[in-house]
Design a protein around this ligand. Structure first.
Ligand code: DX5
Ligand code: ZN
Length: 214
């Protein structure tokens, strides 16, 4: 299992200590939530913070953009150190534009991911899953950490697992929102590859909390 701690819940008064704890844990990725106050009603970090995190850590930078214009900012975040750039299905007007964005991300030498909000049907991904490196299933309404896991995400994960296995695709399934040891186990049983966890990981001993998910 790949663990991607979401730094949204990190203690920003002592990032060095938190990053060191992550480096010493079984987590291999760092989940970086970008919010623009438009696509979601919250604001978080921009590319300069990503650059700083990239410099201070060897973890894979898993950038989840909850922004209204993911096309415009893809090169910006990729240049700042994104290894994986995941945009929202709901933020792009057409499947054609999404495919264009995926190609742009790949041409910049980055992996591409697509995310769906809880109310978006998994069926919309049917024609896109062949193009991406990762699908991110939101198990809470994007915007804030510390919300309750929506069990509907489990059905979506099972469907995606089936498609990926049947079509022999090289695509990872990630889940984000309300993940702890208990909900993480349910997602694992449904076939998830990557667990994002923010408040759970940073709300206790970072290394121990990661280990309980690995
Ligand atoms: C929510 C973000 C998540 C968030 C998860 O919009 O995409 O990555 O940090 O936080 P928890 O794990 O606290 O639900
Ligand atoms: Zn996220």
């Amino acid at each position: 299992m790949i663990i991607a701690p979401s730094i949204l819940s990190m203690d920003f008064s002592d990032t060095k200590k938190s990053v060191e704890a992550l480096e010493a844990s079984c987590a291999k990725w760092m989940h970086f939530d970008v919010m623009d106050g438009h696509f979601v009603p919250n604001l978080t970090f921009g590319p300069d913070i990503l650059k700083a995190m990239k410099r201070s850590s060897s973890l894979l930078m898993d950038v989840h953009v909850m922004i209204a214009d993911p096309m415009k900012y893809a090169p910006v975040f990729i240049n700042a150190g994104a290894d994986l750039y995941t945009f929202h299905y709901e933020a792009v007007e057409s499947v054609e534009k999404m495919k264009e964005l995926i190609h742009l991300i790949h041409n910049e030498g980055c992996k591409a991911g697509i995310s769906i909000k809880p109310k978006t049907s998994v069926s919309v991904l049917d024609e896109l899953i062949n193009e991406v490196d990762l699908v991110l299933v939101m198990s809470v309404e994007p915007g804030f950490g510390g919300q309750k896991f929506d069990p509907n995400a489990l059905n979506k994960i099972s469907t995606l697992r089936q498609w990926i296995d049947e079509r022999k695709l090289n695509c990872l399934i990630e889940v984000d929102g309300g993940i702890n040891a208990e909900t993480g186990k349910l997602c694992k049983e449904s076939g998830v590859d990557v667990l994002v966890a923010g408040s759970y990981v940073f709300g206790g001993d970072i290394k121990e909390r990661c280990e309980s998910l690995c």
